[in-house]
Design a protein around this ligand. Sequence first.
Ligand code: G3P
Ligand code: MG
Length: 467
Amino acid sequence: MSDIPPEAAPSPRDPRGSGSLPIPNDSGNTVEIPATRSSISDAAQYMHNLSFTPSTRDRRGSRNSFGTSLPIPRSPRVSRLSSVLTAGEPSVSRDILASQVQDMSKEKVAAAKNMAFAFDIDGVLAHGNDPIPPAKEALKMLNGDNELGIKIPYILLTNGGGKTEEARCEQLSQILEIPVSTDQFIQSHTPMQALAEYYDTVLVIGGDGQNIRPAAENYGFKNVVHPKDIQAWDPTICPWSHITEEERAIAKPRDFSKLKFDAILVFNDSRDYQLDFQLIIDLLLAEDGLLLTRAKDPVSSRIPLYFSQGDMVFPTDHKGPTRLTLGAFRIALEAQYKALTGIELERVVYGKPEKATYTYADEVLKSWMEQIHNENKLPQNIYMVGDNPASDIIGGNMYGWNTCLVRTGVFQGGENDPNNPANFGVFDNVLEAVKAAVRKELGQDFKFKWNPKVNPVLHGDAGSAVE
Ligand code: G3P
Ligand code: MG
């Protein structure tokens, strides 16, 4: 399941017959993964029946039918941030002792390298900037604080985003008090770097301030435009949004009347709904991505629109119920587009539970295995630990992973989620899930603590490690 075919299927976005639009086709450094959800707007099902009329126009495919497969990078980029990886690592003498212990326990070591975890972040490891306390212990244990002193591989797989991978990993390292490498980290827009092979000029939406700009530039997009660049060029572009002096100081205004946009990428939650809705709608209705124009046929000249994920709600540090997120913004936009044009909007949604995201996760896990164990192989027993049945769990189930649902986030229910039940079980928190999975793979008596006084020769005796 994990292997990316060397020769991906012919791209449905083949530019043949699509005029001048910059629609992706297969490229050497990317792989196109068939979409598992429809590329057609969800808005209709949420709208009153009278607000739309079925018409053959609705069923007409746009010439940029880009939504049937999602490009991901052929292989993940390995960072040069080795200092992030080694900060706070155990001492050399402990490493020597651990390797002696591991030599005496070959079967357990093989099992430890044949399992892995993919952790959701919001609602599993943290709520905003507040760590969920059992998460720290779980990650410490997987980083080597266990009877073998071995690293049990794990990656972080989040639908969050809005800044560079480096910035987010630094923040997570501080919150969770463990080293987090960008090489074990996937945020919602990370796989979307593959789109830089197809599109040069992109409008990039979402995140605090203009933090998303360096993320998009790191991905290789040649001409990254932030909504504030356009607003700095023409402050009348949106009547209800205003640019501050601080925003103007870092904006990059240009003559946008002549620039053709190739695609719109919504990487993270909008912080300015009015401005972002206006600019996205403007570009969707424009002639081949030329701002301020209006196309005669909005379907055939519409530029592609991508969202990094589709979650409706997520848990935050707010003490009340879960908060709205990117899926809510998308559905509102789809409804506006439908109301303005009578046409269902076509768009692509990356992120969990999309197969492309899990396929990319396999590649990241494989390369992480190489970094920590010098073995380029994908562990067979992968456990997704998530709090959202509609993204983490359904995605993991569809992809053939073991799934663990925790009660610290979106899911607060009873035995299991009725619609998307976790196949490995429901747990009060991430530590309980990790312990259950490790016990299943490494034995019920596995000790979740490294014993600094361990005697490698006696290892295996009850007295050689503590609980
Ligand atoms: O906006 C939703 C996102 O923050 C959820 O993140 O870590 O729960 O996938 P996560
Ligand atoms: Mg979550």
